[in-house]
Design a protein around this ligand. Structure first.
Ligand code: ADP
Ligand code: MG
Length: 498
């Protein structure tokens, strides 16, 4: 038996072991209702295990536990909390490979191109915040010489972290590592489609953290997520997901007057000027569109504006690159592109592709090939599609598809392309590709986005603030600023010296 099939067997066994549990107060517990829902391998359509079906009762238990644990956790010194996070990071790194295999199994994200990198980021994120706890400091304020005035950063309390399925490990880590570092405790609600790899991460961090600091529930949005947001002891919600759910959560949080951080959708422009280094831009288009993740990324470069003088050769070169990529078994090391997450998303992506194909003058380029192996005949594989001839005002260019579908739009004029790039309901990320640095710098000033890159398109990194404007959300993640602004409040203290 090869190493990769051994790894697959181990991932299946791990999925079985984790099945049907939340982690509350450091222990595996089933849902109080006793019910579960299935977890499906999207590459085969087969059930690999199940998840506890959380409801308001489980939420109440988890939040009560987290609330009790919070007082003691906040009393732990900042340095001790940092050390604990670093020890979590060390153990997460030790187990990164098994976590990656499990992620690939439950989400269909290819092991070599996606799942392994994501699993490694979890430990990175814990060590990043583990090193920052001494930055949780306040100031002295020059208010009155007779009054010693200072500010102090304090944790908020119990934080609810509601996460999606597209990058569940990374997005969970970006939320809980800064929250816990700052002295909060957390109750996570995992996504229905990807509850297991995140559960393994929380099992590991519970070997280090005091019981009740990191709790995780599985369940659906209305039945488990909504009561979590509404629970009176939850004092902050951090959410990544769809715009509609984000707005719903913001409204529910407003009822309690608690702060929210929202990372929502994107429709990120990639501008390729006529003088760009074409091969670099083509590489950037392939990685930027996250073809290896089936385009299931908030920052996917799903609107590619390419100067009319180079658009034909650009399209041919991107086609050649994606055609050379192998779609197949997510657990196979040679696979570049795995599957779509779920049948519902699969149907949604197809409906957008059909819509695009009806646009007069549009051309669709279907790339790579779905695997022919009968073992994957029920797998949710979709050929990536590049559309040309669809304008920026069409629905396909305006709505987030969250699949491997991109519109390549020709432009003539720089002013016009900046205006088109900004003409979107979203404002998460943008890139520009040119050798004209003056123009590139102008674009960095004028593109509306939380993240603008020139001649590259790298993904979220611990240390760099990440978060969008407009319908893309509220607040920042991944940085020191994110921890300070979103997981603490500042108390002002005045001591009368007279
Ligand atoms: P999608 O359904 O397209 O994957 P969502 O934004 O609905 O995207 O899901 C992201 C996360 O939000 C998931 O964990 C989901 O269960 C959760 N969620 C969905 N609806 C609600 C809700 N009403 N309240 C709280 N959480 C929700
Ligand atoms: Mg939903």
């Amino acid at each position: 038996m090869g190493n990769s099939s051994q790894a697959a067997l181990a991932a299946h066994a791990l999925a079985k072991r984790l099945s049907g549990h939340h982690i509350i107060d450091g222990r595996f517990v089933p849902a109080i209702s006793g019910t579960t829902f299935p977890v499906i391998n999207p590459a085969t359509g087969k059930e690999i295990g199940c998840a506890a079906n959380g409801s308001a009762e489980d939420v109440d238990l988890a939040v009560t536990v987290a609330s009790k644990a919070q007082a003691a956790w906040a009393q732990t010194s900042a340095r001790a909390r940092g050390k604990a996070l670093n020890e979590c990071a060390r153990r997460l790194a030790e187990h990164a490979e098994e976590i990656a295999q499990l992620l690939a199994l439950e989400t269909g994200k290819a092991i070599r191109t996606e799942s392994r990198g994501e699993a490694n980021l979890v430990g990175e994120c814990f060590s990043f915040y583990g090193g920052l706890t001494s930055e949780l400091k306040g100031e002295t304020v020059p208010f009155d010489p007779k009054m010693l005035t200072l500010t102090q950063r304090e944790p908020i309390g119990v934080v609810a972290a509601i996460i999606p399925w597209n990058a569940p490990l990374m997005l969970m880590a970006l939320k809980i590592a800064p929250a816990i570092a700052a002295g909060n405790t957390v109750v996570i609600k995992s996504a229905e489609e990807a509850p297991l790899a995140v559960l393994r991460v929380i099992e590991i961090v519970n070997e280090v953290l005091p019981a009740g600091v990191a709790n995780i529930l599985s369940g659906d949005g209305p039945g488990c997520g909504a009561p979590l947001v509404a629970h009176p002891k939850v004092r902050k919600v951090t959410f990544t997901g769809s715009v509609d759910t984000g707005k719903y959560i913001a409204q529910a949080a407003a009822e309690k007057l608690i702060p929210v951080t929202l990372e929502l959708g994107g429709k990120s422009p990639m501008i390729v000027m006529g003088d760009a280094d074409l091969d670099k831009a083509v590489e950037g288009a392939v990685s930027g569109m996250r073809f290896t993740r089936q385009g299931q990324s908030c920052t996917a470069a799903s609107r590619m504006f390419v100067h009319e003088s180079i658009i034909d050769v650009f399209v041919e070169k991107v086609k050649a690159k994606v055609n050379a990529m192998k779609m197949g078994d997510p657990l196979d090391e040679s696979t570049d592109i795995g599957t779509i997450i779920s049948r519902a998303q699969f149907d949604r992506v197809h409906s957008y592709i059909q819509l695009g194909e009806l646009v007069p003058g549009a051309q669709s380029h279907h790339l790579s090939n779905v695997p022919s192996d009968p073992a994957f005949k029920d797998g949710l594989f979709v050929q990536p599609v590049m559309f040309t001839g669809i304008s920026n005002d069409h629905q396909l260019s305006r709505e987030e598809i969250f699949g491997p579908v991109t519109c390549v739009i020709a432009f003539k004029d720089y002013e016009d392309v900046i205006q088109q790039a900004n003409d979107s309901d979203f404002a998460l990320a943008a890139t520009i590709w040119t050798n004209n640095m003056k123009l590139a710098m102008d674009a960095t000033q004028r593109l509306q986005a939380g993240l603008v890159q020139v001649n590259q398109n790298i993904v979220v990194q611990p240390g760099l603030s990440y978060g969008g404007l407009k319908q893309s959300g509220l607040g920042k993640e991944a940085s020191l600023e994110a921890m300070l602004e979103h997981f603490t409040h500042k108390k002002t203290i005045i001591i009368n010296l007279a």
